[in-house]
Design a protein around this ligand. Sequence first.
Ligand code: ADP
Ligand code: MG
Length: 421
Amino acid sequence: MTEFIQAVWQKLAEHIGHETATFALAIIGSAIIWPSLAWCGGKLLQARDFWRSRQRALGAVGQTQTPDGAREGKGVWTLRPITPPENYKNNVLGSRILAIANLKGGVGKTTIAANIAAHLSHDENWQKRVLLIDLDYQGSLSSMVFPDGQTWLPPKGTDSVATLALSGDVAPSTFLQACKKSPVEPRLKVVTAHYDLAQADNRLLVEWLLNKKNKDHRDLRRKFADLLMGRSYQPSEMRYNLAKLLHSEAVRENFDLVIIDCPPRLTAGTIQALCASSHVLIPTLLDHPSGESVVSFCDQIEGLKASGICPYLSYVGIVASRHAAQQNAWLGVRNEIQDQINLRNLKCGFLPSQTFIPQTVAMVRNSEEGIAYFSLQGSQPAANAKQAIVTLAEHVAAQICVPRVPSFARDLQLVLPVAAE
Ligand code: ADP
Ligand code: MG
C-alpha cells in the first residue's frame, strides 16, 4: 500500500512538481481521513446510545420519589434530546395545521373536525383543499366520512394510512396517493385510521424509548454532507414524523388546510399531531368533569411547549359542543374554566357562544349517515346546528389565516366552465 502511495506521489511530483504534489496529497488525505473519523465518531455515539437505551427507557417511564412515597413522573414525552427537523420553526409558523384535541372522549372532537372541514372545502366562498387526518384507531372520523360501509378499510394484510403517516417511513408522494377522497366533496381528502393504529402507537413509543434506529431516508449527497459536518449519527426521534411529512413541499402544495382529529389520550399520534400543528382547538362539554379535563389538558400542552417539544403551537381556543343553551348552568362552568385559564396566564380562551355547537338529534342521526353538514336541513334545530358549524368554521379559518375565495375568482368561476378531472 505504502509502495503504491509512493509510486503515485512520484508520478505526481514528476508531472506537477514536488510542492504541488505534496499539497494535493495532503488535500486528498484529509478528504479521506476526516469523513472516516466522523463516521467512526458516529458509530461510537450510536454504540453509546445503545448502551444507555435501557436506562433511558426506564428513566422516562419511572416514578419520582417524594417524602410521601413514590409518585408518577413527568411522563415520557418530554424526554431529551429533542431533535426537531431542520427549519422546524418556519415550517410550523408557515403552515395551516389544526389539531382538534382534548384528553376526554365524547366531547365532540370528531364531529367538529368533520363538519368544519366539510364547510371549508364545500362552501363556494371557501373551496379549500382540506386534508382530514383520523388519529383515533376506532376510526369514527373515517366511518363518518365514508358511511357506505367498507370502502375506507385498509385492504386485508395492510396497515391504515394513519399508521404509515406516523411511522415516518412513507414518501410524501405515496402518502398523497393513499389519502382517500370524500364521496361528497372531492376537495376533502381523508387519512383513515383503523385498529392497527393502536398497535402502531405502542410500537412507536417502545422503539423510540429504546432508541431503535430507523431506516435512513437521506439521499447519498445529503448523507455525505452530514458526514462532513459531523452529523453522521442521528438519534431516534419519532415525535416529529408527522411534522416532517405534513411540512414537506408535496403535501403543502396539495392542501390549503390540514385538520387532525386526535384521540382522547396522549398517544404517540397525539404528540406527533401537536408537534406538526400550528394551532390547537379544544372542544368540551360545559359540565364540571369536562371543565376539569380542559384545564388539565391545557397544563399538559403548556408542559410540552415549555420543554421545547412544540413551542410554536398556538391556541385557537375552547369551544363548547353538544351545547344546551337553555340550561343556565353552562355559564357558571364556562366562567370557572376561564378563571382557571386566566390564573395560568394562558393565551387561550372561549370562542364566542355563537360558535358553540348545539345538542341536537339531527347531528347524531346524520353522523351515522355521513358528515352532518351535508344534510342538515328541514328543521329549526338542524338549521341552528348548521349555522353554528358555519360560524365556528369561519372563526377558526380567520384565526389561522385561511382566506376566503376572492370575490373576483368566484365571479370568474361563474363565467368559465369547471374543467373535468
Ligand atoms: P369525541 O370525538 O370527542 O369522542 P364525538 O364527536 O365522537 O366526540 O361525539 C361523541 C358522541 O356525541 C357521538 O355519538 C356523536 O354523535 C354525539 N354528538 C356530537 N356532537 C353532537 C351534537 N351537537 N348533538 C348531539 N350529539 C352529538
Ligand atoms: Mg373522536
